[in-house]
Write a protein that binds this ligand. Structure first.
Ligand SMILES: [Zn+2]
Length: 100
C-alpha cells in the first residue's frame, strides 16, 4: 500500500532555499511537488509527473490542509496543478462551501 506523504526534505514547499545564493531551488526529493509516495516500508520516492493527473485531487486536499494549518490563505501553483490544468480541470472540482 502506497500512500502520499509530505515531502520530508522540503516539508511540502516543493522548493528549498539556498542560503548562499539567497534563492529558492526546486526540491530534488519530490521534484517540486511537495509530496512523495511512501510505501509500506516507509520508503519515499518522487511522484512521477505522469501520475499527477491521477493523484491531483489527493494532493489538492493535502495541500489545502497544510495551508490551513499554517493559517495561509494564498496559494502557490504546484506542479501537478500546472500539469492537469486544462484538459482535466473538470475533474478538479473545488468545494469551498463550508467554513469552520
Ligand atoms: Zn520536497
Amino acid at each position: 500500500m502506497t500512500t502520499i506523504a509530505l515531502c520530508p526534505s522540503c516539508d511540502g514547499y516543493g522548493w528549498l532555499e539556498d542560503d548562499e545564493a539567497g534563492a529558492a531551488e526546486e526540491c530534488g526529493w519530490c521534484a517540486g511537488a511537495g509530496y512523495v509516495y511512501r510505501d509500506e516500508r516507509g520508503v519515499d520516492r518522487a511522484i512521477p509527473t505522469a501520475d499527477y493527473a491521477a493523484v491531483a485531487p489527493e494532493l489538492e486536499r493535502l495541500e489545502t490542509e497544510r495551508l490551513r494549518d499554517m493559517g495561509y490563505t494564498g496559494s502557490a501553483i504546484k506542479p501537478w496543478e500546472q500539469q492537469v490544468r486544462g484538459e482535466n480541470m473538470a475533474r478538479m472540482k473545488r468545494d469551498n462551501g463550508q467554513s469552520g
